[in-house]
Write a protein that binds this ligand. Sequence first.
Ligand code: ADP
Ligand code: ASP
Ligand code: MG
Length: 411
Amino acid sequence: MALIVQKYGGTSVGTVERIEKVAERVMRWRAAGHDIVVVTSAMSGETNRLLGMAKGIDANATPRELDMLAATGEQVTIALLAIALQKRGQEARSYTGGQVRILTDDAHTKARIREIDTQRIRDDLRAGRVVVVAGFQGVDDDGNITTLGRGGSDTSGVALAAALKADECQIYTDVDGVYTTDPRVEPKARRLDKITFEEMLEMASLGSKVLQIRSVEFAGKYNVPLRVLSSFDEGAFEDHPGTLITYEENGMEEALISGIAFNRDEAQLTIKGVPDAPGVAYRILGPIADANIEVDMIVQNIGADGTTDMTFTVHRNDYSKAMDVLEGVAKDVGARQVAGLANIVKVSVVGVGMRSHAGIASTMFAALAREGINIHMISTSEIKISVVLDEKYLELAVRTLHEAFGLDKAA
Ligand code: ADP
Ligand code: ASP
Ligand code: MG
């Protein structure tokens, strides 16, 4: 008998019929003798709908009220699932994050979990109940409802699994595992049986939205066995085991590249002809940080004729704000020109095998060159290479790289 935390995403609880299917799956796991804690997302599209209504009233609605509003989506699905379980003769109780006491900091809309009180859940499990917990939400020290950032139910699931020392955290979604790249962009993408925490962390932070990045951080830190699988596969678990996210093992290093991630949410800004003097990077990026804009990639050219150029990327939503700040900066530092591109994307290849192999970058650049795809920026770390491209090349680049690294062929 095991204790399993199962998280069901928006599509998996997207209709009453889907919720009944989830109840049936939970019944099967119960029948096999396991203790089950379920974490649900809001029905697909619901969080966007709720936030859209708020934006309709005021684009600058306060984060506290946005959290109060967005957290209601998950309250609907937990109650419906508990009702569906009770109808099947299974005792069940649903709880909001605040009722469990999932304690977070007070950073509304992107709160971090600090502590989880597991007493109530343990009591229910001992009494033979299935516990259904609202994902994405918690409560701060003052009792305000907080949310954990988009996609945050993954993190609720993993954090609960860590706090309960569960045997496994299963993330049920609309794909049957983690693929070599988003199967919506490359239909030849292949499901991975296993991927390391480190690689999954890179994939998530480079744009693969299959798992929220914080959930992977949490699972790695607290050593929670994490599995991604489909809520649409009806057959036996053994036939559809999904993808296990695990520590590096012998035999896992064979693949040079595990996957390709991409991020469509980026924009690029350039400041040209900046007098090349100590402190110039700070004078440019300091005001950007002060405006609460997060910078991703930064490239500064080698100075020539006493001036230099700097290019950096920001979230696309911050593009016009960043441009305004940069225009002010350009005047202050005596730069020649400011330029920008809002329609760029970042495409990254990820793999722990890169550590011990040369030539990954040249394979990547050669493949992109053959297709006539121009690279705006490049950045590398030990296990990834990222390039910034025009958005129109995204699909072509992903498919080209997928083929160039042989990801469509079984490892
Ligand atoms: P949920 O609502 O269940 O949380 P998400 O939409 O957040 O589901 O995540 C699942 C989606 O992630 C898939 O439908 C797929 O399009 C996308 N995705 C992106 N990259 C990958 C990848 N490497 N492997 C699998 N799915 C991916
Ligand atoms: N409902 C939230 C969102 O759409 C959280 C989640 O689904 O994980 O972002
Ligand atoms: Mg998700």
